[in-house]
Design a protein around this ligand. Structure first.
Ligand code: ATP
Length: 134
């Protein structure tokens, strides 16, 4: 690993979806966006639904994360994500359907509606659509 990069691992309960050296990344911290360069001080923070914006030598790309935790230690960053998808793995039709379902639930306001659950589902869907530029 060169001294201008840091290892970033992104792990979900199902699998490791990313494990590469990156120059810089921005994480959706629960208290706001966090920009992480190599040799950052050790931290542990919760993540909210949002995009991990990653810069590698010559390329920039996004990974959608649905919350979790970020730990940085010894110039190694680990994201433990509830769910995470690379843009190319996102099923756009599925995300559109999830968005519509959540919007309809929130609009219909059924007496037994779990508002927070519907709002989180909507945020995940919108985040996935944002990751693919929709
Ligand atoms: P849905 O209602 O479509 O299941 P969801 O937001 O409830 O959406 P999650 O519970 O966050 O889904 O994710 C369950 C699994 O499905 C995770 O592995 C996640 O990465 C994957 N996943 C969810 N939506 C998509 C999508 N649009 N494209 C690709 N993978 C997806």
């Amino acid at each position: 690993m060169s001294d201008k990069t840091q290892r970033l691992d992104i792990v979900t309960p199902q699998k490791k979806i990313f494990s590469e050296d990156v120059r810089f990344f921005v994480a959706p911290g629960s208290e706001g966006e966090l920009g992480l360069l190599p040799d950052h001080a050790a931290i542990i923070t919760a993540l909210k639904i949002g995009l991990l914006r990653i810069e590698q030598e010559g390329k920039k790309f996004n990974i959608a994360v649905s919350g979790g935790f970020l730990e940085v230690r010894n110039s190694k960053a680990t994201v433990l994500a509830t769910a995470a998808e690379r843009a190319e793995d996102i099923d756009v039709d599925r995300a559109e359907a999830a968005k519509q379902r959540a919007e309809q639930r929130l609009a219909a306001k059924a007496p037994d509606l779990d508002v927070l659950r519907a709002e989180l589902a909507l945020k995940r869907a919108l985040n996935r659509l944002k990751a693919v530029g929709r």
